[in-house]
Design a binder for this molecule. Structure first.
Ligand SMILES: [Zn+2]
Length: 402
């Protein structure tokens, strides 16, 4: 159900507010409260010309939970108040990154920061590239870009870099939420282990997901989930499957299932599709983790910073490190293009009680990717790569304190 829409110059595009029918039904939160969930969507725009990043329908801009005690027309009235309040907060908050989290506001001189972290810095002025390197790493940052190439892997920063006083700067929020978790990965408390992986095949039942001809995403995510289960069991993990057949499992039930069954990590499995301008070139794998509070999501071209903190933001470091290991493993082992580690506020990720990522294993709409997606052999390769990313994450988080 569409509540209303209208042009809004602050957002550089047509803004559509949708109250989804399925989300008007009672939904359960992690704490087993009942109520309704409202998601605020922005209609898609043409791909970002700089990064060639398509934006997709259904990228949630914001989600809110309405308690069940609010009855009849009250949810809608209540929701509208929340939406307007939220929009105003975003409009105020987007002027500069980190406005909503004062400790992370502002930009940091990357050369100075790199030297503090024992990197040598080399600024290539003609191409606008800064390289930070040491014995172990080589990190390349481009001017006026979100793109960072870290040891050959791609990470999309929350905010584009800027040149200030002749020197490349990135946001303090990216230093803390994008670079720090890779430089000093999180560690589990002594004795804790990562044993159980929740595997969430995207879509299912009444929700087919993306389509390419007669092929539906929900079928291929399920095949991947079942293959991943075999690989994880062989590697010694326990596995929780969110679905084992063509059934619909509500996005908000998924975090609750993962928690109830004692999962340590959640992996959501999807395939992409894109039609429209830029579709000929849209190919490759992406791994998403939850957008940090105060930052804008990667596919949100207008940069709506200032979003509030979501429950799963307490795992920002784990989420990013998990996404990094899985994406790196996928790219090195399957030969698909690297579209990088990205951020999004997918409803499923916002409510996760454990570290979680969402993998887009390739584009069903691109012939190169599609050939891999339909092939059982390539699916096994992708499952092995995800398993190896999870093993790398486990090894690092379970390492002993120095
Ligand atoms: Zn999907």
């Amino acid at each position: 159900m569409e509540l209303g829409s209208g042009g809004n110059s602050h957002f550089g595009g047509r803004l559509t507010v949708k109250l989804q029918d399925s989300q008007l039904k009672p939904s359960r939160t992690l704490n087993d409260y009942f109520g309704w969930v409202l998601t605020l969507y922005l209609t898609p725009k043409a791909p970002d010309s700089k990064t060639n990043t398509p934006s997709f329908i259904g990228n949630p801009l914001n989600t809110m939970f309405l308690p069940a005690t609010v009855r009849s027309h009250m949810p809608i009235a209540f929701a509208l108040v929340l939406i307007l309040t939220g929009l105003f907060a975003q409009w105020v908050g987007r002027a500069s990154p980190g406005n909503s989290s004062s400790d992370l506001s502002g930009y940091v001189d990357l050369v100075r920061w790199g030297k503090q972290q024992h990197f040598d810095a080399h600024w290539n002025a003609p191409v606008g590239e800064l390289t930070l390197s040491n014995r172990w790493s080589q990190w390349v940052f481009k001017a006026d870009s979100k793109r960072a190439d870290l040891d050959g892997g791609q990470l999309l920063l929350c905010f584009a870099s800027r040149i200030k006083n002749g020197s490349l700067h990135i946001s303090q929020l990216d230093v803390e939420r994008s670079l720090r978790p890779l430089l000093s990965p999180p560690r589990l408390s002594p004795g804790k282990q990562i044993r159980t992986i929740a595997s969430g095949a995207g879509h299912g039942g009444k929700d087919p997901g993306k389509q390419s001809g007669k092929r539906q995403e929900k079928d291929y995510t399920l095949r991947l989930a079942l293959e991943l289960e075999q690989q994880l069991l062989t590697a010694g993990f326990k596995v929780i499957q969110i679905r084992r057949s063509d059934e619909f499992v509500d996005l908000l039930d998924r975090p609750a299932i993962a928690r109830r069954k004692g999962a340590d990590v959640y992996v959501s499995l999807h395939y992409n599709s894109f039609s429209g301008p830029g579709s000929e070139t849209a190919k490759g794998a992406e791994t998403y983790c939850l957008t940090p509070a105060g930052a804008s999501s990667t596919n949100d071209p207008d940069g709506h910073g200032g979003m509030p903190r979501m429950p799963a933001n307490r795992f920002d470091s784990e989420n990013l490190y998990l996404a990094w290991e899985i994406q790196r493993s996928i790219v090195s082992q399957t030969g698909v293009d690297d579209r990088g580690v990205r951020r999004a506020r997918y409803l499923e990720l916002t409510q996760m009680p454990i570290p979680a990522v969402l993998i887009e294993g390739g584009f069903m709409t691109h012939p190169d990717d599609a050939a891999l997606i339909w092939s059982a052999e390539s699916r096994t390769q992708l499952a092995e790569a995800i398993r190896d990313g999870l093993l790398a994450y486990k090894r690092t988080l379970e390492r002993e304190s120095p």
